[in-house]
Structure formats: structure tokens, C-alpha cells
Ligand binder design. Structure first.
Ligand SMILES: Cc1ncc(COP(=O)(O)O)c(C=O)c1O
Length: 472
């Protein structure tokens, strides 16, 4: 059953004469490539229901989605997990409140806090130091911070991370329960977890109060589609989250996006397990050949209590002496293989059930060629000389909202110690901000950033060796 999609098809097939939005009237005004999409692109008309007060096909589709994803209730998001994160924060917090936030959070969490003038109390994630890859925030790291901040009104963790690592969420949920504090989970990269037993447990299964998932990242759904899931006996009432979800969404949600959610859910419900089992077998076979025929390693986090998403393929190029950036460029420009992300040593690939064995053969053949061309030519570099990731957090000098809107000027990193940062300084890996807007730049931190630059790290927030600082 695909209630929204079926309604759209029926509406189109009835061949109506539309005198209503959108202005392209069922695709007539669109270019040829856009016409097919336009034929399903309608607005609220009799029978199409309303996302903000669902009583018909959208209500049915929401119930089917909640059942499929194992939640008590679900909301459709047509502006990605970003909107869902903002809705969760607005539901958990009032202006001026504090939240305990994993430092490995997505920027939407910090922007969401700035919108409601709330402050994060950060918790550092564990880092797999051998690879500089964050594996996630743990219960052990959270508990002392919860104890030290009894007035915090929520915990937000990001799980899984970009590299497919997932920390033990059941322990975190138990902690949240013990301290009666709502647990919000950014599960943007884990919408597929529900569909195979070898994938990490989902946030709802682990006991989160609320979670968001980007369907468009890993499931067969259009860009911007996402879900927000909740449970009836959670600390935040359904009524409250319903209001905040409505606040962050357009009053003209795209029916194409909602139908895409409907279709993706239907596919996953019927075939999810089978599709992910097939994918698991393909990836196992690929990994076996990768080990046998190339000098490239597949990264998996071995830290205790951390699970790895088998569909996230992190290729590590250290042993053949080329950077992840270079490998990404070679794969793209010579072989037409486009990765999700690269960092100094790794290339991150998102594999989905719609990849075929031919796709993996093509990838393997490219990796064999890269090994033959570069393997053993240069000594592996970088790893031994890189300093360990700092395990302290900078002091916050001004609130995040004030910092984001403050006037700023530019200084060389070498002269920035003692200043207040005006931007996020985020090296990749691990993609975690070293410094956030409004935080003080210490001498140690400025030296650390200079050292990373010397190792050719990509650092967002640093331009030509300069850093934006706030004018006081
Ligand atoms: C961890 C994480 N959370 C949230 C988001 C935002 O998701 P969306 O693009 O669906 O708004 C992203 C996007 O990359 C992300 O990586």
C-alpha cells in the first residue's frame, strides 16, 4: 500500500483541469524532462489531505511508516533531517536552556540552538586514534556531564557517524531514563538500520525519545525526504513535537517528496531484509577481493562497544601512500566512480541495495589499478607525525547565537591565540569542530591548527592560513 502515491496517480489519471497551485498545472508549464515529475506535483486539493493536519491519505501513510520503522508515531519531513533536528530541539528546550550535545554533531544542531538561543554543553566522542576517526559519544563520557549539569533539558547524540560507526545507544538510553532527561538522536545516516539484523540497533529500538532519519541518504527516496520518530511514553509529549514539526515545515509540502517516502517505505517493508542481505553478501565478497588483490584496507572501528554499519565502505589508502583526497580524485576523474566523501587517508562510499556486482567489480578493478600504480612507491606518511586529537574543549566566551551574528575580522592563525572564534574550525577527519563560534582560541589550539595545516589537512573555517575572529 502506498496511499499518497496511489492518490496522486488517481488524481492525474482523472485528467482534471487544474485552476490551483502549483503554477505549472500538472507539468504543462514545465520542460520535457520535468513533465513526468510535474504530473504528480499537486497541492492540497479535495482528497489529497494536509500534512499539518493529516486525516486521510497522509495519516494512513504516516501510520504505515511508523509501523515499518518501529516507532509509536512518525512525522514526514520535507526539508531533511535538518528540520527534524530543529523541531526536536524546539520541543525539548525553551529559550535560554542548556542541552548536552555530542561534539560530533551536524551543523544543523548548532544552528538550531542559535535559533532558540540555547547553549550546548559539549561531550567529546570517542576517537579511534589510530585513524583519527570518531566512533561516537558513549554513556561513560555522558554521565559525568549529566551529573555536572542537572539543569540540562536534553541530550542529543549523533549516531551513526559519517564513517558508519555506531556507539552503544541502549546504555545511553538507560542513562537518560535514570536522570529523566529526553534523549534525542540524530540518526540521519541510519534510516536503513531497521532492515537487517547485522546492522546496528535503531534509535527507537534502543529507547530514544525522539529521532530523525534522512531517508534520502541511504534509502531509495528523493533528496530532502526524512522522518522524525517518537514514542508515546517518552518525556516529550506528542502534542509538543507535533507543534514544533509544524513550525519548521512549509505549508506547501511537496507531494512528490511525500509520495517518495511512501514508495521507499513500501519497498523496504516488502523487500528491505532481502535487499540488505544481498548487499551484505556483495560487500563481503568485495572485501575479500580487496584484501586479496589490493593494498587498500577497509576501515572498521574495533573500539569496544562500537558497531560498524556494513553498508558504509571506508577505504583506507595509508598503506599505498596516497591521500584519500588523491584517491577520490583518481576514482572520479579516471574511473567515473564518485565517492561520498574523502579525507586525508580515507575515501567513504555509501553502498545501497541498488548497487550491482558489476558496480563492485568496477570499483575493485579501479582499486587494483591504483594499487599497481602507487603501491609501494612512497612510504606511508602523515600517520606517525600527526599529533593526537585534543581531548579538551575550548572555553565558551560568548553565546552561540551572539557569536554567529557578531561582526568579525580575519587574522593569521599564528596571531589568533586569545581571540574568540567567529566560525567553525573543522578539520577532516574527523569532521568535528576544534573550535565553534564564540569559543576562545588558546595558544595550544592555534599551534595545533598550524600543525594540521602543515600536514595538509583540509580545515573548514581556515582560508589561506587565516581565521575569522569576533570583533569585540
Ligand atoms: C549527521 C547528520 N545529521 C543531519 C544532517 C542533515 O540532514 P539533511 O541533509 O537530511 O537535512 C546531516 C547531513 O549531512 C548529517 O550528516
Amino acid at each position: 500500500m502506498k496511499p499518497i502515491y496511489e492518490m496522486l496517480k488517481a488524481y492525474n489519471e482523472a485528467n482534471p483541469l487544474p485552476f490551483h497551485m502549483p503554477g505549472h498545472i500538472l507539468g504543462r508549464g514545465l520542460t520535457d524532462e520535468m513533465k513526468a515529475a510535474g504530473s504528480l506535483d499537486i497541492t492540497e486539493v479535495p482528497g489529497s489531505d494536509c500534512l499539518h493536519q493529516p486525516e486521510g491519505v497522509i495519516k494512513d501513510a504516516l501510520m504505515l511508516t511508523a509501523q515499518c520503522f518501529g516507532s509509536d508515531y512518525t512525522f514526514f519531513l520535507v526539508n531533511g533531517s535538518t528540520a527534524g533536528i530543529h523541531a526536536m530541539l524546539q520541543a525539548a528546550l525553551d529559550p535560554g536552556d542548556k542541552i548536552i550535545l555530542g561534539r560530533d554533531c551536524h551543523i544543523s544542531a548548532l544552528n538550531g540552538l542559535a535559533q532558540i538561543n540555547c547553549e550546548p554543553v559539549f561531550v567529546l566522542p570517542e576517537i579511534d586514534n589510530a585513524y583519527r576517526i570518531p566512533s561516537g559519544v558513549t554513556a561513560a563520557a555522558l554521565e559525568p556531564v549529566i551529573k555536572a549539569n542537572p539543569d540540562a533539558r536534553g541530550i542529543l547524540v549523533t549516531r551513526p557517524g559519517y564513517y558508519g560507526t555506531a556507539s552503544n545507544l541502549e546504555d545511553i538510553a538507560q542513562l537518560a531514563e535514570k536522570y529523566r532527561i529526553p534523549l534525542l538522536v540524530d540518526e540521519a545516516h541510519g534510516a536503513h538500520f531497521r532492515f537487517h539484523k547485522n546492522l546496528p540497533q535503531t534509535a527507537m529500538e534502543a529507547g530514544a525519545d525522539l529521532c530523525v532519519q534522512s531517508l534520502h541518504k541511504t534509502l531509495p527516496a528523493l533528496t530532502q525526504t526524512a522522518l522524525l520518530h517518537g514514542r508515546n511514553n517518552g518525556i516529550i509529549s506528542k502534542d509538543r513535537i507535533e507543534k514544533t514539526v509544524s513550525m519548521v515545515q512549509t505549508t506547501s509540502p511537496s507531494y512528490i517528496l511525500m509520495a517518495s517516502i511512501d514508495i521507499a517505505r513500501d519497498i523496504m517493508e516488502k523487500q528491505g531484509e532481502y535487499l540488505y542481505e544481498k548487499l551484505r553478501q556483495l560487500i563481503d565478497e568485495f572485501e575479500r577481493k580487496l584484501c586479496r588483490d589490493t593494498g587498500i584496507k577497509r576501515y572498521k572501528c574495533m573500539n569496544e562497544g562500537i558497531e560498524n554499519d556494513f553498508s558504509r565502505i571506508v577505504l583506507n589508502f595509508e598503506d599505498i601512500g596516497i591521500s584519500g583526497f588523491m584517491a577520490e580524485e583518481i576514482l572520479r576523474t579516471r574511473y567515473g566512480i564518485v565517492a561520498e566523501m574523502a579525507d586525508l587517508n580515507n575515501v567513504v562510499l555509501i553502498a545501497v541495495p541498488f548497487h550491482t556486482s558489476e558496480d563492485f567489480d568496477k570499483l575493485l578493478s579501479a582499486l587494483k589499478n591504483i594499487t599497481q600504480e602507487f603501491g609501494g612507491m612512497r612510504e606511508p606518511e602523515n600517520k606517525s607525525i600527526l599529533p593526537l586529537w585534543p581531548n579538551f574543549l575550548p572555553e565558551r566566551a560568548i553565546p552561540i547565537r551572539k557569536a554567529l551574528f557578531a561582526d568579525r575580522h580575519v587574522l593569521p592563525i599564528s596571531k589568533s591565540a586569545g581571540e574568540i572564534s567567529g566560525s567553525f574550525i573543522t578539520p577532516y577527519p574527523p569532521g568535528i569542530p576544534l573550535i565553534c563560534p564564540g569559543e576562545k582560541i588558546t595558544t595550544d589550539m592555534a599551534e595545533y591548527i598550524s600543525m594540521l595545516k602543515e600536514c595538509d589537512y583540509t580545515i573548514h573555517g581556515i582560508n589561506n592560513g587565516n581565521i575569522e575572529v569576533i570583533k569585540l
